[in-house]
Design a protein around this ligand. Structure first.
Ligand code: ACO
Length: 335
């Protein structure tokens, strides 16, 4: 980064991409491992199956495929990409996986780094990248959301293991001085309620020599208070979206699509009801993929674009929410 290079004022959406691993884990198969049923999972969450990445398919691989698809849709020369932000809580390398994606893509002119904000990660990364573009530092950015929570789920805990799956999505955005299609955004964090959802460090004490202790690296499986996370989502997401509509002078009637973090169909429906957004405008694909954390929003947007649902100039209200606790919303116009 070398300071301000371009005199740009806005952001344009140029492409989307996604990737999910081949392995399908159905509810029925989960019920062979823990005491649950297809009917319970479907009724309580809307999820039927999820994808699980096996050996040879990690966050870097999934993020790379999603980014490649987004760049192809944008029709960009790879060397013109200036910025790659990978939103993930499950990097293949704790020092960061975005540089590996940059290398695999051959995007040697791009600065690349990871950003962690759990299920709000993609939204926070999109806002971060758009601020760089609007500030004039970069022209072209690829924002990726990719997660492999299957590696951190306790597959014996029926209260949480039913929810999560693996996948990646990406969006290609470009600075422009003609308009701004990031109409507005809001971001929030509440660390006080952070204990509702954690993927904590293990705290395995060991000693190096004599009385010099250290903590061995490693993480415990996901710990979740599902009911509290649920209550948080159905309360805070409508509030933040209503605030966003107010500050941008938009109303929910002007929204073509509501793209929420795909956590639970009941959360999607409840938020839609509170905002008086009809069901046919609420995009959902969690039946097939479950909660893929930072990947859900770009995975959903990419599917809707490729299915010709989201069209040029459609208005999308989007919100990510989850661990932290963190949550945010953005109002965007596609194109
Ligand atoms: N199968 C069968 N029974 C189950 C299961 C299961 N998989 N899981 C829980 N139960 C039982 C419970 O033991 C309980 O039984 P009891 O009444 O005898 O004690 C009963 O079902 C009801 O349990 P609840 O926890 O009240 O179920 P709820 O309706 O709240 O659904 C769920 C649980 C699906 C986890 C819901 O709370 C939820 O979706 N919460 C949000 C979680 C979420 O989205 N987390 C991710 C956030 S994003 C991120 O940052 C990663």
């Amino acid at each position: 980064m070398e300071g301000i290079k371009f005199n740009k004022i806005g952001v344009s959406f140029k492409g989307s991409g996604s990737y999910v691993p081949d392995q399908i884990l159905t509810n029925q198969k989960i019920s062979q491992k823990v005491d649950t049923s297809d009917e319970w999972i479907k009724t309580r969450t809307g999820i039927s199956e999820r994808r699980i990445s096996g050996l040879g398919c990690n966050v870097t691989d999934m993020g790379y495929e999603a980014a490649l698809n987004a760049i192809a849709m944008a029709n960009w020369d790879i060397k013109t990409v200036d910025l790659i932000i990978l939103a993930t809580s499950t990097p293949h390398d704790l020092f960061g996986s975005a540089p590996s994606i940059q290398h695999k893509l051959g995007a040697y002119n791009a600065v690349a780094f990871d950003l962690t904000a759990a299920c709000s990660g993609f939204l926070f990364a999109l806002i971060t990248a758009s601020q760089f573009l609007k500030g004039g530092s970069f022209k072209r950015a690829v924002v990726i959301g990719a997660d492999q929570l299957s590696s951190f789920v306790d597959w014996n805990d029926r209260r949480s293991c039913i929810l999560f799956g693996d996948g990646a999505g990406a969006i290609a955005i470009e600075a422009t001085n003609e308009f701004d299609n990031v109409i507005g955004f809001e971001m929030k964090t509440d660390g006080e309620r952070g204990s509702f959802l954690n993927l904590p460090f293990k705290n395995d004490k060991d000693s190096i020599i004599d009385n010099i202790d250290f903590l061995r690296g490693g993480f415990s499986p996901i710990q979740m208070n599902g009911q509290e996370v649920y209550k948080f989502a159905v309360k805070e997401v409508p509030i933040i979206l209503k605030k966003l509509f107010k500050t941008t002078n938009y109303s929910s009637e002007r929204v073509d699509w509501l793209v929420l973090h795909q956590a639970n169909q009941r959360i999607l429906d409840s938020v839609g009801d509170k905002l008086k957004i009809p069901r046919e405008k609420i995009l959902s694909n969690l039946e097939k993929y479950g909660n893929t954390s930072a990947a859900t929003i770009p995975l959903m947007i990419d599917e809707a674009i490729r299915n010709n649902k989201i069209k040029q100039h459609d208005i999308i209200a989007t919100s990510g929410f989850g661990a932290g606790l963190s949550w945010g919303a953005a109002l965007i116009k596609w194109g």
